[in-house]
Design a protein around this ligand. Structure first.
Ligand code: GLA
Length: 710
């Protein structure tokens, strides 16, 4: 279907976009405004849209503008609306007030484009919304300077979404290093919520994601941008709107960074949102969207190889012999990719030096990386390498040669973080240098994978917060075009740069530096609200854990690590034979089940004990669940675990893949039955559940399901 132009003398039109299970209804009025008057479950085809809009239209109250403001999809201050406008502009230094009116619109398939113009202000805006895979809505705003003289864009929302009043609670996120994605759910307060990041990346939680909750519904929204981001959730507390809260989200930038010459345009990154009946369904919607529309060539990905990363095994204490010994131990466990982390280049024997000098350190590797890589290949693994391209150490040849290549303010101090500064990626010569250095490495050595790190916040942004992220995208895009087969991971001291913008360029993310399995039982489900398991690096770390000091059994660490893109970040040489055996068995289980875990639908399993975490992934006729207890249960017999997402009438064979948790196995009723398989219907599994020994702290089980033929 292609419909164009409201244009029939300013009359009000109602237009619907339908996804699989979603309908959006827009009210469009030429010369006036555009609004989304319905956002919810798919409506019957013959729904009367005008009646629907009328059913929730508001009248005017005391102490309100005589003509009620209609913020709609493009809230402005005009007419008395008192919230944050979607756009803030200045022309020749003075605030530029706008009164943007709809002058045209087009609908094609599941996409709508709405054109607004204000000839007095010399501004045109184009909103594009599209319902895509997973019923995820992608929104983007373009602004054009149609006037004379330069137009400064201080703010431009990617999405302005009037929120149906049935949404009464919000989940936002905070985070810290090694403690990403902490969820905070609370009622939407009358004074709303405002978040912004100003560190040049989303950070450990990000201002670019949130959830809104209604009875039986959850809405998730996210800004697909790897730099600064902001959001504002504004209830219509003063009644100067139309009773609905407004959600605004966008990318952030530096003052005076976006200045449009006459005729020039700027486009925001995409903001995405989805609506689902529950958090599992919302996660599935985002996973579908990422798999179909965002992750690079997702359909062609080979199975996700098991990694061994040198960082927590060797740190900076690298030598060719130690690395070869580590690689040999890794291969014996069934590892498929050996990743050489920090410390291989320049004079980098600790974190105070050499970022920027991307040549192999002759002290550590007198013959270069070739002998190590050859051994890694002989052992049947491929090779990956850590880099941190956007950074420079003041103690580096690069900095000595080009002290002006870092982000700085002339005449001011250059404060460091982790002993490093940020290169100015808005400069073409800096990007060329970095491309040359990375291209040389990838051309010289058979490198299958780069762990691309970013360990410093952007300060000062030196007026380049937006340009820096654009420069990062330009660099990584150029490198990927030159080396399309190389897989890349986005790491930023763990999960500091994880968003759908970077995910359109990389194959995995490092969700946290915290490999403590108990912490990961919170962090991985939190990220998986937005991201599928195949992109979430999930490593077995050492015990005691170097960050938390916690000691955890290998069985527990390994079971938790199966649910993600599995790897090992510990020295197998320091493990006992029993631990190595246990780890190898779980690596084999991961390989057997990754086809399910990385293509299936993820369900979050509810349990009455808040310290029991359960996840289940279903794909075709198979499913695998992880259930883990972190604390000492107040009761001997923890409530049975109820599964989800199964076909009620189908019959499933349920087994508990071995190895079993050593402590808990003694409490298992009928061990033989769990080996042979218990056959139960989907209804029984989802209603009645499975009683597993989950009394002891740090106990985890894997549960395998096979749907039996009818
Ligand atoms: C960051 C990463 C770690 C590791 C170190 C190396 O902290 O998050 O995984 O690569 O850098 O310096």
């Amino acid at each position: 279907m292609f419909i164009t132009g409201a244009g029939e003398g300013g009359c009000l039109e109602h237009v619907r976009l339908d996804g699989e299970a979603l309908t959006l209804v827009f009210a469009l009025e030429e010369g006036v405004t555009a609004d989304c008057v319905y956002l919810g479950a798919r409506l019957p085809d013959d729904e009367d849209l005008a009646a629907l809009a009328a059913a929730t239209a508001r009248g005017r109250h005391e102490s309100q503008p005589d003509a009620s403001p209609r913020p709609g999809l493009l809230p402005e201050h005009k007419g008395g609306w008192s919230g944050t406008p979607a756009l803030a502009l200045r022309r020749e230094g003075a605030p530029c007030d706008t009164d943007l009116m709809v002058n045209d619109w087009e609908v094609e398939g599941t996409a709508i484009a709405v054109h607004f113009a204000d000839s007095l202000a010399g501004v045109a805006v184009l909103l594009r919304w599209r319902i895509g895979a997973g019923d995820v809505v992608c929104a983007q705003t373009q602004l054009t300077n149609t006037g004379e003289g330069a137009l400064e864009v201080e703010r431009l929302a990617a999405l302005a979404l009037p929120i149906p009043p049935r949404f009464t609670e919000v989940t936002s996120y905070s985070g810290r290093w090694a403690g990403e994605m902490q969820e905070h759910r609370r009622p939407i307060a009358p004074d709303g919520l405002a978040r912004a990041t100003a560190i040049g990346k989303p950070g450990f939680a990000g201002a670019g994601r949130l959830l809104l909750h209604a009875e039986g519904e959850v809405l998730g929204a996210h800004v697909a941008w790897s730099g600064d981001q902001w959001l504002a959730l504004q209830p219509d507390a003063q009644g100067a709107g139309d009773g609905r809260a407004m959600l605004l989200m966008g990318a952030g930038w530096s003052p005076q960074e976006v200045v449009l010459a006459p005729g020039a345009s700027v486009s925001t990154p995409h903001a995405v949102f989805a609506l689902a009946p529950c958090r599992s369904a919302l996660a599935q919607a985002f996973h579908t969207h990422l798999r179909a529309e965002v992750l690079p060539d997702r359909a062609t990905w080979p199975p996700r190889k098991v990694h061994l990363n040198s960082w927590e095994a060797l740190g900076f204490g690298l030598s060719q012999d130690k690395l070869i010994a580590l690689a040999e131990d890794a291969a014996a466990l069934g590892i498929e990719r050996f990743v050489l982390d920090d410390g291989w280049f320049g004079a980098r024997r600790d974190d105070t030096t050499s970022l920027g000098d991307w040549t192999v350190s002759p002290d550590v590797f007198p013959e270069g990386l070739a002998p190590l890589i050859a051994r890694v290949h002989d052992l049947g693994m491929d090779f990956g390498l850590w880099v941190e391209p956007e950074m420079v150490s003041p103690d580096s040849n690069l900095y000595r040669l080009h002290p002006d290549w870092c982000l700085h303010i002339e005449g001011r101090d250059r404060p460091t973080m982790r002993g490093q500064l940020v290169l100015d990626l808005t400069l073409a010569q800096v990007r060329d240098y970095l491309f040359g250095a990375l291209d040389a490495l990838l051309s010289t050595y058979p490198i299958a994978y780069l762990k691309w790190d970013h360990n410093r916040d952007l300060f000062p942004a030196a007026g380049k917060a937006l340009g820096q992220t654009q420069g990062f995208y330009a660099l990584i895009d150029r490198l990927r075009a030159a080396h399309p087969k190389v897989e890349i991971e986005s790491c930023s001291s763990g999960g500091g740069r994880i968003d759908f913008g970077v995910l359109s360029r990389v194959h995995r993310v490092w969700p946290t530096d915290n490999n403590d399995a108990i912490e990961r039982l919170r962090i991985i489900p939190a990220w998986s609200q937005f991201l599928p398991l195949e992109v979430l690096g999930s490593h077995v770390g050492p015990s005691p854990n170097p960050i938390t000091g916690r000691r955890l059994s290998m069985d527990f660490r390994a079971k938790v690590a199966v649910f993600g893109h599995m790897g090992v970040e510990a020295d197998p040489g320091r493990m006992s034979d029993k631990e190595r055996e246990c780890l190898a068995a779980h690596i084999a289980l991961y390989k057997a089940w990754r086809g399910v875990l990385h293509a299936g639908t993820l369900h979050r399993l509810a349990h009455p004990d808040p310290n029991v975490t359960g996840m289940l992934v279903i794909h075709d006729n198979k499913a695998l669940a992880l259930v883990a207890q972190t604390t000492f249960s107040p009761v001997f017999d923890v409530a049975p675990l109820r599964l989800a997402g199964l076909e009620p009438q189908a019959r499933y064979r349920v087994t508990l893949p071995e190895p079993w948790p050593p402590k808990a196995r003694h409490y298992l009723a009928n061990p033989d039955a769990w080996r042979d398989g218990v056959i139960l219907s989907g209804t029984a599994l989802m209603t009645h559940g499975l009683a597993l020994p989950l009394t002891h702290p740090e106990t985890a089980w894997l549960i395998a399901l096979e749907r039996l033929p009818e």
